[in-house]
Write a protein that binds this ligand. Structure first.
Ligand SMILES: [Mg+2]
Length: 382
């Protein structure tokens, strides 16, 4: 009876773990720094190395998943990309030794977490949902000694809207009273909002310098936010009703052809259709930075020129997006499918000879592109 009443009055708070309850990214970052010192490459600088590592991880993560073992494999594979020969067994041992905290399961709780959970568990139902390799995440959960504060703990391979829907169904949760709390705007907030739960993210006490996000970091460690530099959990409500901002990009070759990608059969929105690219604007990003990040992630190429060509207010069912549409000049020679789990084919098309079927939003996007003039239809220089 008491339980029935509390089910009506209480909210359900689903907590992310890595970089929300305990530090995670910082351990990977320390390892990367040590690896780079060890590599002591005569000409490659850190930015160049990160570019190589990002490319290797884009290949490895869809096959080997997230987590320490996949990350160490990628560091080994970087040796091959950089030196042109496979890493030796001895080198792979050295690389593993560069990551003692990761390998040993060393864990640092975010300051204030225990007090916060004790306080919240008196008023709400708490669940934990973390993604990654099951054995590794379980070891961190055990080391944290935090499981006792949660009604249930869930380890998932990915955090997509369908994972949130499954959790809500399986746990009998009330979607309108369920909140996801996590550090990653993409996998904790946007994906939860794509599912039935709402999202809240702890505001980082300090935003990292540099603006541009590292796609590798997010993929490896479920962290869309810059690393937190200490501080307590400060909850900033992110209401379901707030429109989200999407940076849409029409990649073109400067000669009137546009780059389209076909959404894979597993895509959550209009699978099998051709579309340009798009991605959510993350907190603190400029449009240009968001576009550059997304173009690199989806097409493995750096933009040569970005021009904002229009804004669309997109209302689709309960979803509300403000789409900032950009024309992006790229070098076709550098283009490849960067996210094979999302897209199964890409191609260059004249705007009057498009493939079929098209994504429902594409015609309006291309209309802006065509009407934008020089950047869209005539050759342009960066
Ligand atoms: Mg996280």
């Amino acid at each position: 009876m008491d339980r029935a009443r509390s089910a009506r009055d209480r909210q359900t708070l689903v907590f992310d773990a890595d970089d929300t309850l305990w530090e995670n990214n910082v351990l990977f970052e320390r390892t990367v720094e040590r690896y780079f010192d060890w590599l002591a490459h005569p000409t490659l600088d850190r930015a160049g190395f990160r570019h190589v590592l990002n490319a290797v991880e884009l290949t490895n993560i869809p096959v080997h998943g997230y987590g320490t073992q996949s990350f160490l494999r990628s560091l080994g594979d970087c040796v091959e990309r950089i030196h042109g020969r496979p890493a030796t067994a001895a080198e792979r041992e050295v690389i593993a030794a560069l990551a003692p905290e990761l390998v040993s399961g060393h864990l640092e709780l975010v300051p204030g977490v225990v007090e916060t959970l004790v306080e919240l568990s008196g008023r709400h139902d708490l669940l934990m949902m973390t993604k990654g390799a099951v054995a590794e995440q379980q070891r961190k959960i055990d080391a944290s000694d935090l499981a006792k504060h949660f009604r249930s703990v869930h380890i998932v391979a990915e955090k997509r809207p369908e994972n949130y829907r499954a959790l809500v169904a399986e746990q009998g949760l009330t979607a309108s009273a369920t909140w996801m709390i996590g550090n990653s705007p993409r996998s904790d907030i946007l994906a939860a909002r794509g599912g039935p739960a709402r999202g809240v993210h702890p505001e980082p006490a300090h935003l990292g310098a540099g603006g541009g996000r590292d796609p590798r970091r997010r993929r490896r460690a479920d962290a869309g936010s810059p690393p937190r530099a200490g501080g307590a959990l400060l909850m900033a409500a992110d209401p379901l009703t707030a429109p989200a901002v999407s940076c849409v990009f029409v990649c073109h070759d400067g000669h009137g052809r546009v780059l389209l990608a076909r959404r894979g059969a597993g895509a959550r929105d209009e699978p099998g259709t051709w579309d340009t690219g798009a991605g959510a604007l993350e907190h603190g990003e400029t449009f240009a930075a968001a576009v550059a990040r997304e173009v690199r992630e989806e097409y493995t190429v750096d933009p040569l020129h970005v021009e904002t060509i229009g804004v669309r207010n997109v209302l689709r069912g309960t979803a509300h997006w403000v789409a900032v549409v950009n024309a992006v000049l790229v070098d076709p020679a550098g283009v490849a499918i960067g996210e094979p789990h999302k897209f199964d084919e890409i191609g260059w098309f004249a705007v009057d000879a498009l493939p079929a079927p098209l994504h429902s939003q594409l015609p309006a996007t291309l209309e802006l592109f065509v009407s934008s003039g020089p950047c869209g239809t005539r050759p342009t220089s960066p």
